[in-house]
Design a protein around this ligand. Structure first.
Ligand SMILES: [Zn+2]
Length: 199
């Protein structure tokens, strides 16, 4: 028998689906949401609903956006000749803080035999090739993580992009091995961008 009312159980279950949240933490969050101001809790629920309903992928780069093209792709002051390829949209923020002024391409994952992703169709690769056809892009930076999957994806990209007339580079010195980009500080990222290596 559940000791909590069904709607509370449902909220706890929903919260355990968040990354890094186990049953205990989910219970703590659920009780916090019930105990706190109703306005704040409903505000959170409404913010989640709004974002989920309004936000989609940018048609060009795969970043999150409320419009067909995201704010970065719409910004005409950016350098259209460089594309920084990242695993997820969350990786764009640290690059932008580091001062990178080119464009991005979100793969939506990495090649990962362990997770069953070994097929280019499962990532936004075709969309990347489409962006290279008109010859505007001169350089593609493989900014995938320095994990085995990230390295494998960068190598695959380097091979796949050979027929195109673009320079392929990889982030240079200072990048921690096996690390996620999310936790790399801006100075390190800036240095790694300056020292990018040809592939
Ligand atoms: Zn975009």
């Amino acid at each position: 028998m559940d000791i909590f009312p069904p709607s509370l159980e449902q909220m706890i279950d929903a919260l355990t689906r968040l990354p890094g949240v186990g049953r205990k933490t989910a219970q703590r969050y659920a009780f916090h949401l019930l105990r706190g101001s109703h306005e704040d809790s409903l505000g959170l629920a409404e913010a989640v609903r709004e974002a989920v309903e309004r936000i989609r992928r940018c048609e060009r780069c795969g970043n999150y956006s409320e419009t067909a093209l995201c704010a970065i792709c719409r910004d005409t002051r950016r350098d259209e000749t460089v594309i920084c390829v990242v695993e997820e949209a969350v990786d764009i923020a640290p690059f932008d803080r580091s001062g990178f002024n080119g464009l991005y391409h979100v793969l939506g994952g990495l090649f990962s035999p362990l997770q069953g992703i070994v097929d280019a169709e499962q990532l936004r690769i075709r969309e990347l090739f489409d962006r290279l056809r008109d010859g505007v892009v001169r350089e593609v930076i493989a900014a995938t993580p320095t994990t085995p999957d990230g390295e494998a994806t960068a190598l695959w990209l380097a091979r796949a992009l050979r027929p195109y007339d673009v320079k392929m580079t990889r982030l240079g010195m200072g990048m921690p091995m096996g690390g996620s980009l999310e936790y790399v500080d801006e100075n390190t990222l800036q240095k790694a961008l300056e020292c990018r290596l040809s592939m």
